[in-house]
Write a protein that binds this ligand. Structure first.
Ligand SMILES: NC(=O)C1=CN([C@@H]2O[C@H](COP(=O)(O)OP(=O)(O)OC[C@H]3O[C@@H](n4cnc5c(N)ncnc54)[C@H](O)[C@@H]3O)[C@@H](O)[C@H]2O)[C@H](O)CC1
Ligand SMILES: [K+]
Length: 490
């Protein structure tokens, strides 16, 4: 599991070491210089420009850069430094100067692209976690010019602590895209969550001996957490301790969604799946999945809405599920029926794709795509719900819990029916956790449970017959069982 902490938490964690005189900056600079030296060798061997430019801002991030220039000079390399601030880190500047590093002072932002374009490798030490508020001039204009130049040239950008312009806000977009980022102590949310995380390249955390305590701001759940956390059948189980999930999905217009959600729910391993949707869809399900029960009865989690267009029947069925005080996944058509009012009810889990999230909140899709975390938070607050925002990345928000994401998944998941499969897996997963909670066991937060389900859904792609190419949602549903089985292998 990867975790991200706010810049404030990082500062709190590093403070005692800095107070004790631990040379954190020198350690950081050494890590940067060692990687930069390796890149120099790689680029020289490839016969491409391997000249190093260190871009230095006015804070300690710039200090890291200056000390890295000192280290590179000590390695016998000849980096150049561009000072983008009147008052750079004094000790680092003296050290770099003392090591014979050539140092230029930025005169005019308009010249920076031509100047920087002469170097094949940039160390981006303009700003780190010390950014406060939206980027202001002249740093904003400088970052904008360099960001454009790096896309034009074949520059290798190594970000020091973070691409300058990024820190805690995953919605930040004005930054110099990095090929690699070496960050110190811990990831910040912008390095783990979209869209900012798309700018960091390969990321490495150099802990520097700094210990982060307390709850992270964000977590990324992967195969390890899936293997460790997914509820599995045990010797004394019966179907109710395994978890029973109710599904009301599919419609005359979209019957397939009902089959996909139900098939996926079965594959995720609950004790029983009750299909409680339209009769026309049930008639298609039973021949294909005779183990599905269509009689009403006790359920421990529910899914409603996939493959439906909302309307009074869905609204009534949603209210009925919520009144049972169980976790209820509202997908697709059911999203048009959620209300802000309902509070004293079972847990509501919304699974909008980014377009549905925009509709839910009455805003533009482009705005949601530019900052999904922000809008998922808004929806979680407005509807008192867990929100599983489905986009190129998955972002799961629950009040008072770390934001949950999963590793980048196959773009082939963006196919018709994939959302129905996820909805089925999610509801079946929640039912199994709910059964464990009923038995008095401690279970993780709903957002964590949803992250586990999303990771199971993403990992199922690898078990599709057509993997790693385009997938069919029906294969994906079957792949769920294989993916789950793979987590049980010793
Ligand atoms: N985390 C660690 O363990 C270590 C961190 N180190 C490095 O220190 C920086 C944080 O340094 P800090 O001095 O707090 O600030 P920065 O250098 O990141 O940035 C300040 C720089 O940016 C300017 N600025 C601030 N806000 C804005 C704004 N909104 N618009 C424009 N410009 C802004 C400010 O004027 C300064 O010039 C951390 O990232 C690490 O790289 C330690 O050195 C090693 C251990
Ligand atoms: K930086």
């Amino acid at each position: 599991m990867r975790t991200a902490y706010t810049s404030e938490a990082i500062r709190t964690a590093e403070a005692p070491l800095l107070a004790d005189g631990v040379p954190l900056m020198r350690r950081a600079a050494r890590a940067i210089a060692e990687r930069a030296a390796a890149v120099v060798s790689e680029r020289r061997a490839a016969g491409v420009n391997a000249e190093v430019l260190v871009l230095v801002g006015g804070g300690n991030n710039g200090g890291d850069g200056l000390w890295a220039a000192y280290e590179l000079a000590d390695f016998g390399l000849a980096p150049r430094v561009l000072l983008a601030h009147e008052h750079p880190h004094a000790e680092g500047l003296a050290a770099a100067r003392g090591a014979g590093v050539k140092i230029d002072q930025l005169a005019d932002v308009d010249d920076v692209a031509a100047y920087a374009g002469r170097f094949g490798i940039w160390l981006d030490a303009l700003a780190g976690i010390g950014l406060s508020g939206p980027l202001s001039e002249p740093l904003a204009g400088l970052i904008d010019a360099l960001a454009a130049e790096r896309e034009r040239a074949e520059t290798f950008v190594l970000a020091v602590d973070c691409p300058s312009g990024l820190s805690d806000d995953p919605g930040a977009s004005l930054a110099i895209r990095a090929d690699e980022t070496i960050t110190f102590a811990a990831l910040t949310p912008a390095l783990l969550l979209p869209p900012a995380c798309r700018l960091i390249g390969r990321v490495r955390v150099e802990n520097l001996g700094i210990e982060l305590v307390g709850a992270p701001a964000a977590i990324e759940l992967g195969a390890v957490e899936l293997r460790a956390s997914f509820p599995r059948a045990r010797h004394l189980d019966h179907k109710y301790t395994r978890g029973v999930v109710g599904i009301d999905a599919g419609s005359e217009t979209y019957p397939g969604a009902g089959l996909l959600a139900t098939r996926a729910a079965l594959a995720a391993g609950p004790g029983m799946v009750r299909f409680l949707g339209e009769e026309g869809v049930a008639r298609l399900i039973i021949p294909a999945m005779p183990e599905v029960v269509t009689a009403p009865g006790r359920i421990q989690a529910a899914l409603i809405g996939s493959g439906t267009e909302g309307g009074p029947r869905i609204a009534a069925a949603l209210a009925d599920f919520l009144a049972r005080d169980i976790p209820v996944v509202a997908d697709a058509g059911a999203l048009t029926c959620v209300s802000e009012a309902a509070r004293d009810r079972g847990a509501l889990i919304l699974t909008p794709h980014l377009g549905e999230l925009a509709t839910l909140l009455g805003c533009e899709r482009a705005d949601v795509e530019a900052d999904p975390v922000r809008y998922a938070r808004q929806a979680a607050e407005r509807f008192d719900a867990v929100v599983v925002a489905k986009g190129p990345e998955t972002v799961i928000v629950e009040a008072s819990e770390p934001i949950v994401t999963i590793p980048p998944a196959s773009p082939y998941l963006a196919t018709a029916g994939s959302g129905d499969v996820l909805a089925g897996v999610l509801a079946a997963t929640l039912a199994q956790f709910a059964a464990r909670a009923e038995a008095g066991e401690t279970v993780p937060a709903l957002s964590y449970q949803a992250g586990i389900a999303a990771q199971l859904h993403a990992s199922a792609v690898a078990h599709c017959p057509s993997a790693p190419g385009p997938i069919r949602a029906l294969d994906l549903a079957a792949g769920i069982a294989l993916a789950l089985g793979a987590t049980m292998e010793p």
